[in-house]
Design a protein around this ligand. Structure first.
Ligand code: C6P
Length: 398
């Protein structure tokens, strides 16, 4: 059994009060809180190793480079990639998807298959290309219609870009099956792993996806860092994303040749401190173990679902059979923003709005939803407080 009280002590922010009440943080899908090890790693780097990487021969720079590359190796092993050349550091999931959109060559008439439950980050980069998007519909429970998916392929299909887990519905999509079908049509698959990566084990070899994008800040790591995993043969064929230092092998006044992978896609001075601290976040997750994380978050999901279902006028949106610890809901007569404000005054942080998934709001015919999302530090007691606050809101508005 996990000792959650001990885990909570690793997260200094959880000792804070908001509006005079203890903070109840239920917005980990937005960004997770950070344990001491991650916060300390940032300070430690600036106090002891601050130097630019890959450029200088002095010891300080060599140390910084070593720590930066250590994170890459850790991530390669964590997601079971074949080589560190397949791990590209980006600003986050959004930049990782934009990198693929701008570096793979697309032409007029190409089609990309996406789903109704995509975050804007997995829609807009493709829309900007002017290609046609073909949409996988979802059921009222919030599950993909895989039958419809199979019928979307044709000779113009260039890519499937799909989320591993919905940030609104919590639905965990069957990526292995989706990839298998796409590959039968010789179509590459990009997986938006922003939500799944912190909560379940990701094995890119087993999934067999061609690209997998994720962010550090949702996985107990710092903001401003993310990863694009890509199969080496595909990355080799892609053009560089940005031009500048580090991504080149040789430059003349008229042309350049590219550096080898992964540096070809890492132009300029990267976010060194935060990449190094991401290593501490990965190690933190490893120290708890996904088996424990998933058991705890699934318990919270079931406990909270039961509690919320007992509140008059509250409707949960997204009831997939495989869900992350995410619950979105609406309440009769109360706007989600009002619920967010009422909860805030009780010290409870939730997200209210369109959750960067406007097409999904349209699908469920609501302008906005309230979302609670769990991390390893949440407790049933916090859910009791949430439930009580929602019941009070319901009484006030009734
Ligand atoms: N979702 C949420 O509250 P970045 O901002 O690049 O780290 O992640 C973007 C992103 C991409 N895909 C999915 C499925 C996501 O959930 C997110 C971020 C946050 O749901 C902030 S909008």
């Amino acid at each position: 059994m996990l000792n959650i009280e001990k885990i909570r002590k690793d997260f200094p922010i959880l000792q804070c009060t908001m509006h005079g009440k203890p903070l109840i943080y239920l917005d980990s899908s937005n960004t997770s809180q950070k344990p001491n090890g991650v916060i300390d790693a940032i300070t430690h780097y600036y106090k002891n190793y601050n130097a630019n990487i890959h450029r200088s021969i002095y010891e300080l720079s060599a140390k910084a480079t070593h720590l930066y590359e250590k994170t890459r190796t850790n991530i390669k092993e964590f997601i079971n990639a074949k080589s560190t050349q397949e791990i590209i550091f980006t600003k986050g999931t959004t930049e990782a998807i934009n990198l693929v959109a701008s570096s793979l060559s697309f032409s007029e008439g190409d089609e990309i298959i996406v789903s109704t439950m995509e975050h804007h980050s997995n829609l807009v980069p493709w829309q900007k290309l002017g290609v046609k998007l073909r949409i996988i519909p979802i059921s009222d429970k919030g599950e993909l219609d895989l039958g419809a998916y199979q019928n979307l392929f044709n000779s113009h299909t260039k890519m499937v870009a799909i989320t591993h887990a919905s940030n609104v519905l919590g639905t965990i999509n069957p990526i292995k099956e989706i990839t298998k079908i796409a590959h039968q049509h010789q179509v590459a698959v990009l997986v938006d792993g922003a939500q799944a990566f912190p909560h379940l084990p990701v094995d890119v070899e087993d999934l067999d996806c061609d690209f997998y994008a994720f962010s550090s800040h949702k996985a107990y790591g710092p903001t401003g860092v993310g990863v694009l995993y890509g199969k080496k043969d595909l990355l080799e064929k892609m053009s560089p994303y940005q031009g500048g230092g580090n991504m080149i092998e040789r430059v003349s006044l008229t042309d350049f040749t590219c550096n080898q992978l992964p540096y070809k896609f890492e132009a300029g001075t990267p976010n060194i401190a935060d990449v190094i601290a991401f290593d501490a976040a990965i190690n933190y997750i490893k120290s708890i173990g996904f088996e424990n994380i998933m058991r705890h978050e699934q318990n919270l999901l079931h406990y909270a679902t039961e509690k919320l279902n007992n509140i008059d006028g509250l409707r949960i949106i997204g009831n997939a059979s495989k869900k992350l610890g995410v619950i979105s809901f609406v309440m009769k007569e109360i706007h989600p923003h009002d619920i967010g404000t009422i909860l805030d005054h009780e010290g409870i942080a939730v997200r209210a709005g369109h959750h960067c998934a406007m097409p999904l709001m349209e699908r469920f015919k609501v302008p906005a939803m309230v979302r609670v999302s769990f991390g390893i530090y949440n407790t049933e007691k916090e859910i009791d407080h949430l439930s009580l606050a929602l019941k009070t809101a319901e009484r006030i508005f009734a």
